[in-house]
Design a protein around this ligand. Structure first.
Ligand SMILES: [Zn+2]
Length: 158
């Protein structure tokens, strides 16, 4: 679905606020991420966006996604091996994910996000890491397992 005019202007403002040129491709890619229910892969985004921009290439979708990640407008969820494709989302506030090890599907976990969790697990970790030259800025929790009916959960909701 093409982003609606009010969404397009919001997307334009978001892109320009982080110094990104507002191209048709970036608007379409970000627009798809905004309205996607799940955590699409670059290929999922490509399949959706090429309905709007038939000439767009997968490489352009990748570049647009990476630009949006670098600009802080989207988050990349790396697969746990190089064989599992990265997934993307725009939800900014902290939340946890689960990953189906059979299909690679990623969903949000309906659980409160505790920004102090790492400090509760180890009150010294932040200062120990700082001594190693690492500045801790956040954390991500990923719950691993399988959907019992993996085949029926493979299709992203549309
Ligand atoms: Zn998420």
């Amino acid at each position: 679905m093409l982003p609606q005019p009010h969404e397009t202007s919001a997307i334009r403002i978001a892109l320009e606020s982080v110094g990104c040129r507002c191209t048709q491709q970036r608007v379409a890619v970000l627009g798809h991420l905004v309205q996607a229910d799940g955590h699409p892969t670059a290929d999922d985004v490509f399949q959706a966006v090429k309905l709007l921009i038939p000439s767009i290439s997968l490489a352009t979708v990748y570049k647009s996604l990476e630009t949006l990640v670098t600009a802080g407008l989207a988050t990349r969820l790396q697969g746990d091996t190089g064989l599992v494709p990265a997934r993307y989302e725009v939800r900014g506030h902290g939340h946890h994910h689960l990953r189906c090890l059979k299909t690679g599907r990623v969903d949000d976990v309906p659980m409160n996000f505790d920004p102090e969790l790492i400090a509760k697990l180890d009150p010294e970790i932040e200062s120990r890491l700082r001594h190693q030259g690492f500045k801790l800025t956040g954390y991500r929790l990923e719950l691993l397992g399988y959907y019992e009916q993996a085949d029926s959960r493979e299709v992203e909701p549309s």
